[in-house]
Structures are given as C-alpha cells and as structure tokens.
Design a protein around this ligand. Structure first.
Ligand code: SAH
Length: 380
C-alpha cells in the first residue's frame, strides 16, 4: 500500500511496538529489508504516522519542507494572483505531501494548524523552511489541534500581528476574520465554491434562510447576490454580533436582515407557527453538537433535519444541504436526502454537487480526507 502511495502508517506496519517517540523520522523496510519509505511517527486519529518520501536518497531536512512549500505555492498561483480572493488553503496536509499540517492564507497572514505532537516536534524547521520558500509573509499564527497541556490552542508566532478584524476578500465579497481567537477564524475556507454558487445562482430576489449560520458568511453571499431578505439562525450568542459585522464590512445594513440567536429546531417550530417559508434554505450543521435540550449527530439525525427543512421550503425552492462529516460517505448522504423527501412524499431534483475547492488538495490514495459534501436540491 505504501509503495502505491498510501500515506498513513498503521499499527499493522510495525513488527513490534515502536520504541521511538512522536516525531521521530523512521525508515520502513519490506520483508527483504529493502527500503520502502521514510515516515515520521505521530498519533493522529487512527494513524501512527505519515509517509514523507519513497525516495531513499531524499533526506528529511529543511530543504525537504522548502520543496513542498514551493510546490504548494506553484499549484496555487492563480489564486495568489486573483485579487478578488485573498484567503485560501495554502497547504493541505497529505494532499500536499505532508500529513499532520495545514496552512491557510489570509491576506498574507498564514495560519498553521498542527494535528499531532509528532509534527509539532518539527515546528521550528518547518517554520524556517516556510519563511525561506514563501515571499511576503506578513505574520504567522498557529493552532494546536491535538490535546496539549502546555500549548495554548492559538498563538501568534512570527512577524506582525494581524488587525482585528482582518478583512479578507473572496470572490469580491469582504469577510471579517480573527486569526487569534480560538481554533476558528470566522470563515470556513472550504466552502468557497458553495458561497460563490449561492451568490450567483440561488439568491436574486429570493428569501434565504441560513441555518447553523455561525458568522453568517452564506447570508452575506446571498445578500450580495440580490436576496430580497436573509434570515440567519445560530445558537451561539457570539453569532449575533459576528453576523452583523459581516454585513457591515460589506456596507450592508444588518437591521434590514434577520439574525436570530436560537436553536434551529426551535426555529423550525416557530417558522411553522408563523407560517414562514423560504425560497432558498441553507443547512450546514456541525457533525456533532450537544445543546441543553438535545444532541445532534449527522449520522443519526440528518434525515429528520432535512424533513424539517423541507416543511419550510417553498415549492420549487432550493435546499443547500452540506456536511463536513468524514464518516458519512457520498452514498449515505444521498440516502439521507432520498429518505427525507420520500418520508415527506415529495419529489426533488439534485441541481449541483460540491466537494472541497481545489486548494484543499486531496491525496488520491487517501480519499478519506475528501470530507465535504454539499448538494443543491430543488424541492418539487
Ligand atoms: N455554515 C457555517 C458554519 C457552521 S458551524 C458557515 O459556513 O459559515 C456550526 C454552527 O452551528 C456553529 O456556529 C454552532 O454554534 C451552530 N449550532 C450548533 N448546534 C446548533 C443548534 N442546535 N441550533 C443552532 N445552531 C447550532
């Protein structure tokens, strides 16, 4: 599997429990003691490490990482040169040749996300390599996405600090981001193509409901796309002020839109009572969420969620159904959609399917990391 390109080390790959520790670069040998690959050890989900190279002569040093970053930059030249979009994924882990690390670009500030202790052991070398491979880096932040007792989950580690908010652009729309406020920044860059489709295809003169709206990025795209009205619903208190800000940085008056801090399941009941229905409904829940009243998981509850959505979508209206749950296959997601419409006795038509945008590069030998599924469905 490794010789064919599979990038993860698994328990079965070891003859005995490794004595080396997190971050150690090891050599993999076949039964004839012939070189197969170099890898580094790291516990991350079900994996025990990531393959680095199949080339015996390639040393794992600063220039190894520099080469990966130069290659990543070369593959994103068209995004880099696009002045209408100033935020995107610069480096996507194993898709770009190094599992355990992603790097996002926000208007020349970069956000590193480290997914294991093992990769973090190489932090200094990797940062040096990055700075020598990539020009015009204004500043660097890091997110610690593994359990750590010693490191804060977010930190500024190089160069200037970004303004707060840092305004980025995507397809000409402005978004307010915060690079040093928890693990999230205010926008999910993997939904770029979906925001663009909402902007261009599903907003003009439409009433748009955005459920699980977070900072309202989909709502802003809809408003700029000509929506007659947008409604954003999210449980988190912070979503109100963040959503207002997203409208304001685009010179849109948030008072003309509806923003509700509310459990979406309560909102569905409220909408039915008030006989509210919408032309376009966006639904992008977290894979798993626990509120005071209930737990929600995509695996168990997505069909029922869609049924609630169908009830408040106008005939010939459009539902934009999204999930980032890696454990849900495309087939299973399609089944949720089919079951929901069947249970409601309604017909439907799938208009568009989206997966990750091209900057979220996927390793073809590791399709598990292609987690995003977004379907645009017409009711009726
Ligand atoms: N669609 C958003 C991202 C959603 S993140 C975007 O692309 O920008 C998930 C959001 O769901 C979080 O903001 C969280 O506060 C919210 N959430 C979780 N459970 C909820 C519930 N029961 N009702 C409303 N919002 C909920």
């Amino acid at each position: 599997m490794v010789r064919d390109g599979y990038p993860v080390l698994l328990k079965e790959d070891f003859v005995k429990e490794p004595i080396e520790s997190e971050g150690t670069v090891v050599e993999l040998l076949d039964d004839n003691k012939k070189f197969v690959a170099r890898a580094y050890l790291a516990k991350q989900n079900k994996g025990d490490g990531w393959i680095l190279t199949l080339n015996e002569n390639e040393k794992i040093d600063q220039s190894f990482f520099e080469h990966l970053f130069k290659q990543a930059a070369a593959e994103r030249v068209s995004l880099k040169e696009n002045e209408q979009t100033t935020a995107y994924r610069f480096f996507n882990g194993e898709g770009d040749g190094l599992g355990g690390l992603t790097i996002d670009m926000y208007a020349d500030y970069y956000v590193f996300s480290w997914y294991s202790i093992g990769i973090y052991k190489h932090q200094q070398t990797i940062l040096k390599a990055f700075l020598s491979a990539v020009p015009n880096v204004k500043g660097v932040y890091e997110k610690i996405r593994y359990q750590s007792k010693t490191k804060p989950e977010t930190d500024h580690i190089y160069g200037e600090e970004a303004p707060e908010p840092l305004l980025i652009k995507e397809n000409g729309i402005t978004y307010a981001t915060y690079l040093n406020d928890g693990l999230m920044t205010g926008i999910f860059l993997d939904q770029r193509n979906v925001r663009n489709s909402i902007l261009e295809n599903y907003s003009m003169d439409k009433t748009v409901l955005n459920t699980f709206s977070y900072t309202g990025a989909f709502s802003v795209a809809a408003a700029i796309g000509g929506a007659s009205h947008t409604t954003s619903v999210d449980l988190a208190n912070r979503s109100l002020e963040k959503t207002k800000e997203q409208f304001e940085v685009n010179n849109l008056d948030p008072e003309l839109q509806t923003i509700r801090v509310m459990d979406v399941f309560d909102y569905f009941r409220y909408a039915i009572r008030k006989q509210l229905s919408f032309d376009t409904v966006i639904v992008d829940p977290p894979s798993f969420a626990r509120s005071k009243k209930r737990t929600f998981s995509v695996a168990k509850d997505y069909t029922a969620l869609l049924e609630d959505i169908i009830d408040i979508t106008n005939e010939d209206g459009v539902i934009i159904a999204s999930t980032n749950a890696a454990n849900i296959s495309t087939e299973r997601f399609e089944q949720f959609i089919e079951n929901a419409f069947d249970n409601k006795g309604m017909s439907y038509q799938i208009l568009e399917k989206h997966t990750l945008s091209e900057d979220f590069k996927i390793n073809p030998h590791y399709p598990q990391s292609d987690y995003l599924k977004v379907y645009v469905i017409r009711k009726g």
